[in-house]
Design a protein around this ligand. Structure first.
Ligand code: PZK
Length: 286
C-alpha cells in the first residue's frame, strides 16, 4: 500500500484507503465471517479469490453498466477504483427464496412489496427474479424496503434504472454460473454516481461474500442448501455449540484447508481459469 494512502472505511473483512480525490484503494483481507462474526483464523487466499472474481465480472459486464474498477494490483487482492457518490440503498436481486427474503415471505407473503405465489418452500426458485432493495444500516442489519421507500431515497428515475440494470446483471451472471454447475441464489450490488451523474457499479460484485452461491448438484428446497464456500465453517461452528456471539472460535487446519479449497474451486469453475495462473498474473481475469 502507498505510504500516503489514508484509511477511509473498514468493512468486516475489507478496507478502503483514499489514494487521491478521485481514486480509492480497496483491499480484500483473508478474514472470514460466519453468523455475522469475524473469526480469528484467516482463510489463505480468500481475499485474492474475491478480488479476482469481482474483476472477472466487472470485465464481463462493462457493456451492461460501467464500473468503478481502474486497476487490479499485482498482489491480486487490492484494486484501484473510481471514487463515486454511493447511492444510499443496497441493490439486492433474488432468484431464489432464502435468508431475509424467506423470513419476510413467511411473515407477510411478500418480499419488499413483491407479492409472491402462496405455498413456496424455503430456497425455492422464484417465478422470476425480483429486485429487493435494502437500507444501508451503519450498525446491525440492513432492512428490506419496498419500492416507495427506496424511491424516497434515490428518486423514481434512478430507482427504475438500478432495478433494470441489477436484474440484467443478475440474469447474465446467474446464467453464466448455472452453466458451470453453480446456482446464484441472490446477490447484493452497490451502485454510485460519477461526476456526470452516470450510474456506475461499485463495491465487489458477484463474490461469495456478496452473493449466495449453491452447488447445483446439492440443491433442494425445504431447507437452506449448503453454502458453496462457508459450509465447512458453519458445520464446524455448529458442532461446537458456540453461541454465535463474538469472539468466534479458531478454526482447525482441516476446516481452513477445506474452505480454502472451496473458494479456489468457486473461482476456477466460474472463471475457467487456474487460480495459480491468477496469482502469477492477476490481469488474466480482465
Ligand atoms: C465506498 N463503501 C463500502 C466497501 C469497506 C466499505 N467506489 C467507491 N466510491 C466511494 N465510496 C465507496 C466506493 C466503493 N466501493 C464503498 N464505502 C465507501 C465499503 C468495502 C470496504 F470498508
Amino acid at each position: 500500500m502507498p505510504e500516503a494512502a489514508t484509511h477511509v472505511a473498514s468493512g468486516k473483512v475489507r478496507e478502503i484507503y483514499a489514494l487521491d480525490d478521485e481514486r480509492l484503494l480497496l483491499v480484500a483481507s483473508d478474514r472470514i465471517s460466519t453468523f455475522d462474526v469475524v473469526l480469528p483464523t484467516d482463510i489463505p487466499d480468500k481475499g485474492r479469490v474475491l478480488t479476482g472474481l469481482s474483476g472477472f465480472w466487472f470485465a464481463r459486464t462493462r457493456d451492461l453498466v460501467p464500473n468503478h474498477l481502474l486497476a487490479l494490483h499485482a498482489d491480486g487482492r487490492s484494486t484501484e477504483c473510481r471514487r463515486l457518490e454511493m447511492l444510499p440503498i443496497e441493490c439486492v436481486v433474488r432468484g431464489y427464496l432464502s435468508g431475509s427474503g424467506w423470513k419476510d415471505y413467511v411473515a407477510t407473503g411478500e418480499v419488499c412489496g413483491h407479492r409472491l405465489p402462496e405455498g413456496l418452500s424455503e430456497s425455492e426458485r422464484l417465478p422470476a427474479p425480483i429486485f429487493t432493495p435494502a437500507t444501508k444500516a451503519q450498525t446491525g442489519h440492513d432492512e428490506n424496503i419496498d419500492r416507495a421507500a427506496a424511491v424516497e431515497l434515490v428518486g423514481e428515475e434512478r430507482y427504475d434504472e438500478v432495478e433494470r440494470i441489477a436484474l440484467q446483471l443478475y440474469a447474465f451472471v446467474s446464467d453464466y454460473a448455472r452453466a458451470r454447475g453453480i446456482i446464484l441464489a441472490d446477490t447484493k450490488l452497490e451502485f454510485g454516481l460519477d461526476e456526470q451523474g452516470r450510474l456506475v457499479l461499485g463495491d465487489e460484485a458477484f463474490t461469495p461474500d456478496s452473493s449466495r452461491f449453491w452447488p447445483a448438484d446439492e440443491y433442494r428446497t425445504g431447507s437452506t442448501p449448503p453454502s458453496f464456500d462457508k459450509q465447512f465453517v458453519r458445520d464446524y461452528c455448529e458442532s461446537l455449540g458456540w453461541d454465535k456471539t463474538a469472539p468466534g472460535p479458531e478454526l482447525p487446519a482441516d476446516v481452513v484447508d477445506g474452505t480454502r479449497a472451496r473458494y479456489v474451486e468457486a473461482f476456477e469453475r466460474l472463471t475457467g481459469l487456474a487460480f495459480a495462473d491468477y496469482v502469477a498474473r492477476p490481469e488474466i481475469v480482465l
